[in-house]
Design a protein around this ligand. Structure first.
Ligand code: ADP
Ligand code: ZN
Length: 208
């Protein structure tokens, strides 16, 4: 099974990914996580991507497409999180899937009102070890073994100026993908303005 998670920043794609990976034995490909680890490792790709990311802009298609398609080739069941984010990326993915004789089975669209997203993102804190995210409102932070409180930080692009830029970028470049996948009859809309458990149940109903 191959799945794409589509939705604005802060809509809960990462949180649900952690659950889906375990339940359905999928390989999680989060382009945001890959890019952040490239930046931490000071790789060539990381240094090219850093500026765009911190400003809330998209990293150029050519860099992203090459990065993703290199990994999808060898993977049986994929969970794509944060890719595709432009029509151009979607077309490249389609072409690659055709070559590999694979198919996208579902595109899960995480629907959340924009006001709620800004609120969620500005309260979001992330673990730099395992990428798990929490809210500043959470009473406790549970991470995998080895992570500690010192590993939690606010992402540069979760600061107010970058958040509004990311929302604009999403509306302009990513939102057109809704129509793209609707036409292909792959789009499944999920009410992501609900609790983590409720969203997870709604996804299960679609996948089972
Ligand atoms: P979020 O979904 O919360 O915005 P991500 O971690 O998915 O965060 O992405 C963070 C940043 O990484 C994006 O704002 C963008 O700069 C870059 N990025 C991630 N995926 C892509 C992509 N498919 N194409 C271009 N840039 C990307
Ligand atoms: Zn952690």
């Amino acid at each position: 099974m191959n799945i794409i998670l589509l939705g604005p920043p802060g809509s809960g794609k990462g949180t649900q990914s952690q659950k889906l990976v375990e339940k359905y034995k999928l390989s999680h490909i989060s382009t945001g996580d890959i890019l952040r680890s490239q930046i931490a490792n000071k790789s060539d790709l990381g240094s090219k991507a850093k500026n765009y990311m911190e400003k809330g802009e998209l990293v150029p298609d050519n860099l992203i497409i090459e990065m993703v398609l290199k990994t999808t080739e060898s993977i049986e069941s994929i969970l794509l999180d944060g890719f595709p984010r432009t029509i151009n990326q979607a077309l490249s993915l389609e072409k690659e899937m055709n070559i590999l004789e694979k198919e996208i089975d579902h595109v899960l669209y995480f629907d959340v009102p924009f006001e709620d997203l800004i609120n969620r993102l500005s309260k979001r804190i992330s673990c730099k070890n395992c990428s798990k995210t929490f809210s500043k409102d959470d009473k406790e932070y549970f991470c995998i073994d080895g992570c500690s409180f010192q590993d939690l930080y606010q992402r540069e692009d979760d600061k107010p100026s970058a958040i509004s830029k990311r929302m604009d970028t999403y509306k302009e470049l990513t939102e057109p993908l809704l129509e793209f996948y609707k036409t292909k009859d792959l789009l499944k809309k999920i009410n992501a303005n609900a609790s983590i458990v409720e969203v997870s149940l709604e996804i299960d109903k679609i996948l089972q």
